[in-house]
Structure formats: structure tokens, C-alpha cells
Design a protein around this ligand. Sequence first.
Ligand SMILES: Cc1cc2nc3c(=O)[nH]c(=O)nc-3n(C[C@H](O)[C@H](O)[C@H](O)COP(=O)(O)OP(=O)(O)OC[C@H]3O[C@@H](n4cnc5c(N)ncnc54)[C@H](O)[C@@H]3O)c2cc1C
Length: 409
Amino acid sequence: MASEQSFVIVGASLAGAKAAETLRSEGFEGRLVLIGEETERPYERPMLSKEYLRGDKPAEKLYVHEEGFYAEKDIKLLTGTRVASLDAGAHEITLQDGSRMPYSRLLLATGATPRRIPVPGAELAGVAYLRRMSDSDDLRAAIKAATRVVVIGAGWIGSEVAASARQLGAEVSVVAPEEVPLERVLGPLLGGVYRDLHAEHGVDLHLSTQVEAIVGNDVAQGVRTTDGDVIEGDLIVVGVGVSPRDELAQYAGLTLDNGIVVDEFLRTSAPDVFAAGDVASAWNPMYNRHIRMEHWANALNQGQTAARNMLGQGTAYAKLPYFYSDQFDLGMEYNGYASEWDRVVLRGDAAGREFLAFWLKDGRVLAGMNANIWDQGDGIKALLRVDAGIDVSRLADSSIPLADLMFGI
Ligand SMILES: Cc1cc2nc3c(=O)[nH]c(=O)nc-3n(C[C@H](O)[C@H](O)[C@H](O)COP(=O)(O)OP(=O)(O)OC[C@H]3O[C@@H](n4cnc5c(N)ncnc54)[C@H](O)[C@@H]3O)c2cc1C
């Protein structure tokens, strides 16, 4: 690759930082610019709802790289800098101050942003969202000062914030439309495990109900549900999902569909423009469809793959989706992808919260989760790669090693 090339990465978080690192480790010697609107150097977000929120981990542990890394690798890191527009035809971006920057290849790693809740009272003081390190700092202080925290939403962020707030000693209510927490991803059976976990730790759950309004005068005092209940609280944390930050791509006329559409090489519809991480809806050859993941491992791995493809290596992104979550004393990892299934199989002790769970369709294992069991990840991943039906009764039998299930298939 000629050294006069100029590669630009927009979005200085996990995907962007891993892409920059990979470009250098793969031998790219040209100009390399990493641009992010946050003032921090790239950091990882998972701890923002867990250890960092609870004050158990310092900020130093969150950063993707040591402070001197970017200078050492000759990566020009522009923090506190927003990219305002993209002209894909001219191979040029414009920064917020109006200055223009040409690129030979561009990576959009602009991530996602919390969805706002569209109800009356949403603008009151005391309504909080969580995405950035500074949000987590503010939230920690607000949780400590609050009489009662009301979390709107029982997805990953809402559930983790509720758990951390309880662990910080707060009174916590959760309000969500689903019958159980995490129902959309895990289904009713496994969501029930999380419902019981939260209930046992004193979280006041209001499920199967919608928030109609956040009540209060200047300051939030609670939420009113469609059941007509008012759940009092002076800190309202909204965790109702995120939207991809695809505005630059939209401006430039790139193909969008729930994020920036990319092929398995993470190429967008514009020449020399790539996308990775939370913002990218990537063609996954294993699942024969576009998938937009909002998970740490996806940002980490896609950043690296995008970098290789910016260098022309032709590396398809075909990683098994993976994510993890920690709530109270329940840690889990989830491998695979199941948007619909016809059966869930448990192996182990769900009540004791040490188990594996599998989501199946037509006998095939689509996704597997290990909860408080840490030595079965490889066995789960191997099952996910089996393109045939699995004997369900053997799958449920924890006396049979996972590896043995594949004999005879
Ligand atoms: C509180 C929290 C907890 C999480 N916990 C987990 C977990 O337990 N497990 C898990 O797998 N995942 C978790 N995630 C998800 C994970 O953090 C994300 O998937 C990951 O951060 C995505 O990385 P990214 O680099 O694609 O985007 P992001 O991290 O969203 O970063 C994108 C960056 O681009 C910047 N940007 C956007 N537009 C512009 C622009 N025009 N100009 C300049 N800069 C721009 C943004 O400011 C941001 O800094 C969690 C996320 C949050 C918020």
C-alpha cells in the first residue's frame, strides 16, 4: 500500500480504535486519522453499567489503549471533533469547524445513540440516559443522591443499571412493556430467570405495562403507566434501546436499512467507504442475512476486519455473534443469533443459576448461553456450527459432554 494514502476513521471508540491499531499492525504506512466527538480517547462501554457505574473500576481500566499508543503508532487522534458531513463522490469529509479532509479510504464507526422516550415529561430534570463515560459518572452521583430510581426498560442496559443501582444501595423500580426482562432476546423462560433474580434482590418490577408520562413540575417525580399507576422516583433512567448513528451515511446517500448496509467485507454502497460496529448492518454469510449487532465483541472484531479490507485483503466477516452480561451474581455469555426459535432447551440448574440454555429451530441449535458456567464456551460454539438437528434429550442431559452430542451427526 503506497505511503501517500490517507485513511480516515470516524468514530473513536472500540471499532474505530481497533481498526486503527490493525491498520498499523498490518503494515499500513500512510496517513491515519482517527476522529471522535468525545473528549476521551477511545474506551470500552460495557463497564459503564456495571463495575464503573458502581465505582468498582477506575476509568483507566476502560481505555482501549494506553495514552501514548496513538502518538507512538503515528495515528492522528482528533478528540472533541465532530465530522459534520461526507461527500463520498469527492472522497472528502467536512469537520464541524468547516475544514475539509480528503481520504483514500474511510471507515464509519460512529456507533449508536440511546433512543429518547417520546412521552410527556421526558425533558424534566432527573431523566437520565447512559452511553458515555460522563453519563456513567453523572448517573453514579445521581443514584447515590436519589430516594428511588425508576428504570424505564428491561433490556440489557435497563436491567444492568437496575442491578448496579441496587448494589449501590438505592431503592429501584423497573417499568417495561414485556412480561419478563430481556424477553425479546431470551424469551419468556430465560427472561423469567432474570425476573426472579431482580425480584430476589429487591427490585420492584412493573412488567407488562407502558410508561405514559414522566410526572413532575421542573424535576421528575415518577412515571405514570398505562395502568394508571404512578411509580414514584426522583431519578428516571431511560434504557429503551439505541439507534444507529448513520447520519453521515444518510447525508452522503449511502444505502441504509437499520444502520449502514455493508457486505461481508464491511463495504458500504459507496466506493472506498467501510462501516463497522454498532452502526453497521452487515451481511453475515453464516445466517444469510444482514445483522446489526450492538455488542462489544462485534465492534472489536469488525473494526479489525474492516481495517484488513481497507487494505484490500478481502476478509469476509463471518464471526459468530457473542455478548455477555453481568447482573448481581449472574454472569452469562451468549453465542450465536436467534431472532426466532421453536424450542428452548435447558441443561443444568436454572433455579440455582448455573446452567446452559439453547435456542433451537427445526432441531438446529441457533444460539447458546452459559450462565455462571465458564468452561463450556467452545462446546457451545461447536454445536452452533453443526448444520443438522441435535438430539434434544441428550442436549438437556448435563451428564453427556457437549462434544459427544456431535457423534453420529
Ligand atoms: C452502558 C453500556 C453497557 C454495555 N454493556 C455491554 C455488555 O455487557 N456486553 C456487550 O457485548 N456490549 C455491551 N455494550 C455495547 C457495546 O459497548 C457497543 O456495542 C460498542 O460500544 C460499540 O462500539 P462502536 O465503536 O461500534 O460504537 P460506539 O461505542 O457507539 O462509538 C461510536 C463513537 O463515534 C462517535 N461519533 C459518532 N458520530 C460521530 C461524528 N459524526 N463525528 C465524530 N465522532 C462521532 C461517538 O461519539 C462515539 O464515541 C454496552 C453499551 C453501553 C452503552
